[in-house]
Design a protein around this ligand. Structure first.
Ligand code: GDG
Length: 468
């Protein structure tokens, strides 16, 4: 069997995989990372210069190969073009996007540096699976170096509507770079349709059943939603919910219903709008005021980016205003934590929560929605309120779907969820847990690698002087 080579921006430190940061890609790919696989990417550390050769570490039968990023490359590639340009634009928030040609040049160079450091580690029949928006140009750089291996790419975040994508000055170059892959995976049908639309308007290419031909090579664009290990997560939630800190939580609730939100502190997650909706709920439904306690865990993220710092200040202000206005001597309506909580504790809290409030303005998938469902007690399940603009919404129609921009609508949904009868909660849960189990992490990685393994080896593109 061909070896699997995973390429992602961040490679987890093998010594830290059970810590609070565990999750994300490591969980999604657990099934694909069979012994013998290689995981290549950035170590998360900066140095004077970007490394030209990877540092290898062996753990649990896997090889982790990492490079450090030069301080100025980190600023331009990671904080600049990846998170200051692509992240907001792909989430269809052009107001937050800035474009700097110098940052883009460095983005290209860092993608080429990834390819150059990976090249000597590759074997001829390796299946290479590249992840996410930071690395759109790695495959093109590998092709330019003559690599004929099968290369797949998965975009974890949304692909924007073509009219927005075209706002990017290097839009065409990025599309051409993406066409150096054999298989490109998207979270939802919308994302794939947007990508195919951008190919059509930007490069005049027409797809047939999701496949396009570019420089005599076939590129298959597939929809392959990411999932979680529902049964493992459910077991963790149930065992934690029996522990001492869970009892402390239950005591502190004094019979009130818990509503929970768990997000990275990111402007795409819709936290200010969520706080506004909660405030509107408290204002419009005074009969429910003392029956609910809202816990928002907001894990700090990308704190070196100015927009993330202002978001944090805005949320501190809103949280203070809600508690100042509505708290009583024996009741605090909002508990707001800007710390990363251990994963097991998050799982236990989901299980205790009567409502899971997941209202991103735009999200590739949103795994919190799936984790919340997996964590529920089947006999007394909670209600998931989910943004229709999360990729997860297209696969979870039995959730209470809301428009996160509609503050009154979300306030109303909280009131309905709080009073939803047990039989309706159980019926929704039954349908949702079946879906979360079916579209699992294992199914995600198996489907993608099977599709990639199925591709016949194609010659490298004839003309590819520059990577992107
Ligand atoms: C990207 C895409 C896509 C959060 N706070 C804590 C914590 N978390 C964990 C959650 C969940 C993960 O982080 C977040 O996953 P999401 O899917 O919600 O969001 P992103 O980080 O933006 O991920 C997204 C995903 O990639 C996968 O393709 O779904 O759309 O944006 O697992 O539980 N975990 C712990 N403490 C926290 O405080 N331990």
């Amino acid at each position: 069997m061909a070896r699997l080579v995973i390429v992602s921006n961040r490679v987890p430190d093998p010594g830290e995989t059970s810590g609070p940061r565990a999750g994300g890609l490591a969980v999604g790919l657990a099934d694909a990372l069979v012994p013998g696989s290689l995981w290549f990417g950035w170590s998360g550390k900066t140095a004077e210069h970007t490394s030209t050769t990877a540092k290898l570490t062996e753990a649990d039968g896997l090889t982790y190969a990492t490079i450090d990023l030069g301080e100025s490359d980190y600023r331009a590639f990671y904080l600049g073009f990846s998170n200051g340009t692509l992240w907001p634009l792909f989430h269809m928030m052009p107001g937050h996007a800035e474009f700097d040609r110098g940052d883009y040049v460095i983005y290209r160079e860092v993608n080429q540096a990834f390819a150059a450091a990976l090249l000597p580690l590759l074997k001829p029949d390796d299946l290479i699976w590249i992840h996410d928006y930071q690395l759109l140009g790695v495959a093109a750089a590998l092709r330019a170096a003559g690599v004929t291996n099968r290369i797949g790419f998965f975009l974890h975040i949304p692909f924007p509507a073509p009219a927005l994508f075209e706002v990017l000055p290097p839009a065409k170059a990025l599309l051409e770079a993406m066409l150096a892959h054999d298989v490109i995976g998207f979270q939802t049908g919308y994302d794939r349709a947007h990508f195919l639309g951008a190919l059509s308007s930007g490069l005049g290419m027409i797809a047939h059943e999701g496949t396009v031909i570019y420089r005599q090579r076939k590129v298959s664009c597939i929809v392959n939603p990411i999932g979680i290990d529902a049964d493992g997560f459910s077991r963790m939630a149930a065992s934690i919910a029996r522990r001492i800190d869970a009892r402390r939580m239950i005591e502190s609730l004094a019979g009130r219903a818990l509503m929970i939100g768990v997000d990275r502190l990111d402007y795409t997650k819709g936290l200010p709008e969520r706080f506004d909706a909660y405030q509107r709920f408290l204002q419009h439904y005074p009969e429910h005021r003392r029956q609910i306690s809202f816990l928002q865990i907001a894990a700090p993220s990308r704190e070196e980016v100015e927009r993330y710092r202002t978001l944090r200040e805005e949320l501190n202000h809103k949280a203070g205003a809600i508690n100042g206005q509505y708290s009583d001597f024996d009741w605090v309506p909002l508990r707001y934590m800007t710390r990363t909580a251990p994963r097991s504790m998050v799982a236990g809290l989901y299980r205790l929560a009567r409502i899971g409030l997941v209202t991103p303005l735009r999200d590739g998938m949103n795994l919190v929605a799936k984790e919340y469902i997996a964590a529920q007690n089947p006999d007394n399940p909670g209600v998931l309120i989910l943004s229709r603009f999360a990729g997860a919404a297209s696969g979870l129609p039995e959730a209470m779907l809301v428009n996160p921009f509609d503050v009154d609508g979300v306030a109303e949904a909280i009131s309905l969820a709080l009073t939803m009868p047990l039989d309706e909660r159980q019926a929704r849960y039954k349908a949702l847990i079946a879906r979360v189990r079916e579209v699992s992490a294992a199914a995600y990685s198996r489907a993608f690698t099977a599709r990639l393994a199925d591709v016949s080896v194609q010659p490298p593109p004839r003309v590819l002087k520059t990577a992107i």
